[in-house]
Structure formats: C-alpha cells, structure tokens
Design a protein around this ligand. Sequence first.
Ligand code: KG4
Ligand code: ZN
Length: 378
Amino acid sequence: MLILGIETSCDETAAAVVRDGREILSNVVVSQIDIFAEYGGVIPEVAARSHLEAMMPVVDKALSDAGVSWEEIDAIAVTYAPGLLGSLLIGTLTARTLAILHNKPLYAVHHLKSHIYANWLETGASEMVSLGARPSGPSPRAAGANTRAAALRTPFEKPSLDAPDFPLLALVVSGGHTQILYMPEHDKFEIIGTTEDDAVGECFDKVAKILGLPYPGGPSITKAALSGDANKYRLPHPKVEGLDFSFSGLKTAVLRAVQKEVGVPISYPSHKLKELLAPEQVADFAASFQKTAVDILREKMELALEGHPEVKSVVVAGGVSANQELRKAFPDAFFPDVKLSGDNGAMVAAACYYEILSGVKPVDPYSLNIYPRISIEG
Ligand code: KG4
Ligand code: ZN
C-alpha cells in the first residue's frame, strides 16, 4: 500500500511516499528554520504563508522522487491536529483538495501519533531544504568534558528485530509536548504522564534564548554543550509527583543561575544576559541544562517502567529525540533515525498505515476540520 503523507503542523512543509508503513520511497521536508532563526521563534502568520508557497512543489517532488504517479497512490494522510492553526489549515486544505481531485481516501492523523510511528520507518531517502537566509549561529568549539548521562535500565533487551513490540511505553518529547504514553497495541494510546507547564523542547528553546543561542534551541544547545562541563552548575529537578513533568521551573532555575553567575539582580532583563556571558560560561550552562533535562526524562521513564513491568519496548519520539545525550541515556529504547526525529511526512504516512490496519476509516474530504489543541486520546 502506497500512502502520501502530508505534514504542516508547525514550521516544516513536508510530504512523503511510504510503502506499507515502513519503506520510505521519498521524504521531502522544506524547513523554515532559517527564517525563524532571525526572529528567535516561529511567527504563525509567516509560517502559514511559507507553507502556502512550498506546499505544492513539496508534494510534486515527493511523488517524482518516489517515481510514482497519482494512480499508484492508495491513500492520502494529513496532520489535522495539534499544531498552529494557519499551518494545519494549509496542509489539510491541500490534502482535501488532492483527495477530491484524484479520488483517493483521506485519513486525518494526530501529530504525536505520527512522531511515535516514525519508530516503525526504515531509514530511507530524505531531503531537507531550507527557506530564507542562513542562520548566524555561533561556531562550535572543540569537544570537551561533557559528562555522559546515566542510562535508563530497562527490564528487557532491545529485540534484534527492528520494530517495537507491544505493550510499549512511548516518551514523546517535542516543542509542544512532553508525554509518557502506554500503548497496549497498535493505535491505542493512554497518556500516563504529561507536562504541567512547558514542553521539554520549549524549555530547550527558552534556555537557548537566555544564553544567546539561535533558534531552534535544541540543536544549538547540543552544539554549545559539546565543549561545556555538564557538572558545573547544579540545577534542581522539579518536585512533581508521579509521571508528570514540569519544565518551566528548570528554565527559571537556569535564568537565576545565569543572573547569579554574572552578578546582576533578578530584575535584570533576561534578553540582555547574553551580552555578559563568556563563551565558556554559555557552554557550561548549555551542558548542565541538557544533562538535567535528560536526567529528568530518564528518571520519569524509570518510574513508568517500574509501574509497567509488562512492557516489551520503549520508544522515544518527537524533535527532542534527535538529542544525542538522550539517546545515550536510553540505550535499550527505539529512536527514529535522526533525520526522522523532527517533523516530516513519512511518519504521517506510517501512522496512517497502522490506523488503516487497526480499522480506522477515511474522513470526508469535504468537511475535515483541524484541531490545534486536541489530545492523542481524542
Ligand atoms: O517535533 P518537533 O520538530 O516539532 C513539534 O512537534 O514541536 O520538535 C521541535 C523541538 C524544538 O523545541 C527543538 O528545539 C527540539 O525539538 N529539538 C531538540 C533537538 N533537535 C530539535 N531538542 C534537543 N536536542 C536536539 N538535538
Ligand atoms: Zn512535531
């Protein structure tokens, strides 16, 4: 079965053709990161307009890269929730029009489900294209004393077979979400832990801003942390009961630690702190913050596994799953290929394939709506 997956929930315009939920025939991602690096974050109206410009060339390229015609496509899958309203609208309206025009069944896929199903994809052709100017980021310094995070010990070994086994626990870590999900089988999700405030990716982005590192914060903190000492600054773990998370306190803890380090009062504007920080201090803060964030995620997953000894696999998903320290901390878990950690169309097609196998029916292309905030549990 050949599925065309379309994804526009945030600032990537993406389309892909995937065979049977696993084999990537094409995967085209046009990123707006270069545009938003200049602004320091995503501007929804600008994102929607960029999607509009890129959408059809991206779909055309996905089909031509895959070497398939419209006749060969069996279904169209599109992200309908959650995400930025204007961004979701461009993707869904495109998918609805194409489904009507080419008489194809249309499936509406939840974004977090797609991230999780990136773990079922084989690594294949991926093309990242950027829009806009080049970001003016700091140049990386030599690799230094970054301490490794302790590893998550799972009660099982990752099976040699390259697909996760059920029941499983999924850790979803993205710019908008931080959740632990229990999956008893394909396409069944129970949220057993969630953030009470910021998502971990959002925390990376906000801490990067305090340190004067470019958007998106995840990759730039990782880069800066390479030459930093992860044990230089002791940052507190939030006191949140059970499997829930809180990341806004960690961001504030970094802010206070930076203010203390450079000797200014807490009323000092955070956007001016970067002028007072030496590159070594930035690297040490980046490494210390990254280690703390990874430790928090690992500790919560250890707790989740204690409560669910029956699980056979752990999968990690979402933009933050590209993080190498996180990967080291979860040696027995499934991670998507780094190219598939961020938003892409292949994961939408993969999730759709397993929805179809699970009996999910197509939606009406004349009336599909978008839901910027709906949960994966529906
Ligand atoms: O899944 P994603 O591409 O978009 C959403 O669905 O939100 O996730 C984007 C988030 C951003 O906050 C970005 O800073 C973070 O993923 N991210 C990372 C890394 N690469 C991207 N965070 C930590 N380490 C990375 N290497
Ligand atoms: Zn995402």
